[in-house]
Design a protein around this ligand. Sequence first.
Ligand SMILES: NC(=O)c1ccc[n+]([C@@H]2O[C@H](COP(=O)([O-])OP(=O)(O)OC[C@H]3O[C@@H](n4cnc5c(N)ncnc54)[C@H](O)[C@@H]3O)[C@@H](O)[C@H]2O)c1
Length: 321
Amino acid sequence: MKAEDIKCAASVCAGVIGYSYALKFAMVGLEVWAQNRTEESSARAKGRVEESLSSLVKNGVYTEDEAKEVAGRIHYTTSIAEAVKEAQFIQESSAEHYDVKWQIVDEIEAAAAPDAIIASSTSGLLVTEIAKNAKHPERFCGGHPYNPPHLIPLVEITRGEKTSEETVECAKAFYQKLGMEPVVLKKEALGFICNRLQMALYREVANLVMSGVCTVEDADKAVTFGPGIRWGIMGPSLVFELGGGAGGVSGLMNHLHDSTTLWLQDMADWKEFPAEWADIAQKGVDEELAHRPAEVGNTPETLAEWRDKMLIEELKLHHKL
Ligand SMILES: NC(=O)c1ccc[n+]([C@@H]2O[C@H](COP(=O)([O-])OP(=O)(O)OC[C@H]3O[C@@H](n4cnc5c(N)ncnc54)[C@H](O)[C@@H]3O)[C@@H](O)[C@H]2O)c1
């Protein structure tokens, strides 16, 4: 299968991630099938697509007519067979359990063309294990998005032991065609790249808060208006390349070596989050939300709306929308 041959895509299990992938596929002109188990969850997926499109209209990405055209390319069904039978690319976004994924992969393979690519949205299960009963494991890979995939460009592609090079190349080219930024992992790794990076940072947030250095709100503020604002433009190594001046990143690392050694020795190296952190984090976030002006979102709903508006502006800067 070649990416240019993909004209029809299926999003199987169109929940939080699956509806957004269906929308992303439709945004680049593909015919799309979005599958859910019940009429009720199908209606929820359709509602989410409409809400996201209306936010894209509100933020100047689409006119009303263009949004209608995008919406018109998505067909909803409760049948996996109907969703996948004409699709050349199938994104699986079912619940994060092996037994659910095995059952869904079985149902997909029973109706899909033998060369259709199947990509799993799994956040951390092993592709090799998900595809272990597959008839054609060579066309199966991981396509891990960040929420919501119709706005966040990163997708982490993982291969299982039997995934073919052709599948990886096709998935990579396909996601690029969607305007996404695929990164192919050289080997399977729990949590892939970015969840590991996020958790490494978040472990230190928990450590700083629990040892009384700062509040949850201040840690959020420090990231948002400090390194985070740069990370939206370039990654940490490029940031340090500039930070090192003429010496570049190697100069910076050498110059700061003694100091970073002291910091690293003082930082958390926990192998699990302390049990009390979840409650401390929630209390901190509740306080932070209570301090936020309404215009930047101060409830989970308005915060998500503001995030999408800001993401759209950021994506425009990156020429991704
Ligand atoms: N939510 C995120 O931020 C996020 C980010 C990246 C990847 N993912 C991954 O995407 C996948 C879907 O996550 P989500 O957040 O969209 O979850 P979700 O609960 O919103 O959707 C899961 C879908 O799976 C279906 N499902 C659940 N149990 C099933 C079963 N027994 N048989 C058949 N279908 C079943 C549901 O009907 C629903 O359509 C997971 O693998 C998750 O790890 C999630």
